[in-house]
Write a protein of this length. Structure first.
Length: 495
């Protein structure tokens, strides 16, 4: 992976830039010393590290606006950062850029139960939103495995999902409004408390834009009533193919679980050793199926799902008898990433999405790749919506293993696209998948996407080096040359 060539002139102005930022964010709001910058060298994609030019930790929207406007006027790049849990390098800093850390924006501003929404700052953790409304019988549905640490601002940037996104949707389906600061320093509000807003769906454009269009300073999220009953089934299968078949059977039967997760044997063994959730470690694959709603509905659907699993040869069928047992079933899945981390010095977490019917084929191919690359892999994924998270185990201290892990991961993602899927489900593109965008998009597709960025950030200063394999200057994208009645993109319709 290559990052953009740093601007030596900007780096040479570091002391001047730090002083200017300190005037905008006084006190301890600016970090410029080498030791203080070390914690910001990387994000969750920890194989890569770069030391930023400086880190700014604003506390008010006015400070964010002032910093952004000054950076645009002075040609300084800005990398927004939440909790740094990104798994695609989305918050990886630049040596000639400023990291804008939003950790101090950590307050729940309003809980409006009448309108079933809450207004929160971007540094509020995902789990803290549910904690703030739990006593009133509400919760926030998207629940990434890192929900105890990841922030809602980062969730908006990456359009994060979680184990309950099959029934309740991704972040984009649960965010009603945002306040963002553009690179110019202009403060813009998109959406609000209503279920729909007039005009273009700019909120949909910003959600999942990976920090390339603006910096989120406030989020209005949808709250849901906690279901009357939630029941989970733990289903063990003798083969991955049988488990994959059961996933298809459940959905085909018209059952939409609140969560439908799958783990293969290496992931099962690792999670059980770490959490002691009571997983059947002899199984080749494990499904966790959660059903929620009225008690009678949960009882009927649980019996139906158990019957479908039995028809696919399930060797373990357990239904949670209490909420504590249900949470124990989920504890292993939620802790699968750190559990695998105990088995290997490093692991590379992939994120691709495929049609559900392709699960057995793709998992068999991943097994073949594992042997070919000589690297172990554990598979945990959101089976209900086909979002795969293979965890490729390697040792960065061994020559060639990081490169092998990257090649292994790239081959998995190319296969996802080849079978009709996409490069990412919830982790974003960042730098990890940037150079694979051509597998999914044509040059024309990418040029159209870059025009959107240019509309928000004409000088290309906001989180550059992410998402696009080659970033064109906005002036180049803005020119339309017509020669003999034909544009440079003849495949596009003419009006």
């Amino acid at each position: 992976m290559k990052m953009p060539v740093p601007d030596a002139a900007i780096i040479a102005r570091k002391a001047e830039i730090v002083r200017a930022l300190q005037r905008l964010v006084p006190g301890e709001g600016v970090i410029g010393d080498p030791a203080g910058l070390i914690p910001f060298q990387s994000d969750g994609l920890s194989a890569y590290r770069q030391t930023p030019l400086a880190v700014v930790l604003p506390e008010t929207v006015a400070q964010v606006s002032a910093v952004m406007a000054w950076c645009q006027a002075n040609g300084v790049k800005v990398v927004p950062r939440g909790a740094g849990t990104s798994l695609s390098g989305g918050a990886l800093p630049l040596t000639d850029g400023v990291v804008l850390g939003m950790a101090k924006f950590n307050r729940v501003l309003e809980v409006d139960l009448a309108n079933r929404c809450a207004v929160v700052q971007p540094g509020v953790t995902n789990l803290a939103i549910s904690a703030a409304v739990e006593a009133d019988g509400f919760y926030y549905a998207p629940d990434p495995s890192s929900q105890i640490a990841c922030t809602i601002g980062g969730n908006v940037a990456e359009n994060s999902g979680g184990v309950h996104c099959l029934k309740y949707g991704l972040t984009t389906h649960n965010v009603l409004g945002c306040e963002i600061v553009l690179m110019s320093g202009e403060v813009v509000r998109l959406g609000g408390k209503g279920f729909d807003a007039a005009g273009y769906d700019l909120l949909g454009v910003v959600t999942g834009s990976e920090g390339l269009l603006g910096v989120v300073t406030e989020v209005t999220v949808r709250l849901l009533r906690k279901p009357q009953t939630a029941r989970a089934l733990l289903l063990g299968f003798p083969s991955v193919e049988a488990a994959g078949g059961a996933v298809g059977d459940i959905i085909a039967a018209g059952v939409i679980p609140a969560g439908l997760e799958m783990m293969d044997n290496p992931a099962i063994v690792a999670a059980e050793a770490f959490v002691h959730a009571g997983y059947p470690t002899e199984c080749a694959a494990l499904l966790i199926v959660e059903l929620d709603g009225p008690e009678a509905e949960c009882a009927e659907l649980s019996a139906h799902v158990a019957e479908l699993a039995r028809a696919r040869g399930a060797t373990t069928i357990r239904t949670s008898a209490s909420d504590a047992e249900r949470l124990a079933f989920w504890a292993g899945r939620k802790a699968a990433f750190p559990a695998v981390g105990r088995l290997t010095p490093d692991y590379y977490c992939m994120d691709g999405t495929i049609p559900r019917r392709e699960l057995p084929r793709v998992l068999a191919a991943i097994g073949e790749m594992s042997g070919r690359y000589g690297l172990r892999v554990a598979n945990v994924f959101h089976a209900g919506d086909g979002n795969l998270h293979p965890l490729i185990m390697y040792d960065a201290d061994k020559a060639g293993e990081l490169e092998a892990a990257e090649a292994f991961g790239a081959e998995i993602l190319k296969l996802c696209v080849a079978v009709g899927g996409v490069l990412t489900g919830e982790h974003g593109v960042g730098v990890e998948k940037r150079d694979l965008m051509g597998e999914m998009f044509s040059e024309t597709d990418l040029a159209c996407q870059q025009r959107v960025k240019c509309a928000f950030d004409p000088d290309l200063l906001l989180n550059p080096g992410k998402v696009f394999p080659r970033l064109h200057r906005c002036a180049e994208l803005g020119r339309v040359h017509v020669h003999r009645g034909q544009t440079a993109f003849p495949e596009l319709p003419r009006f």
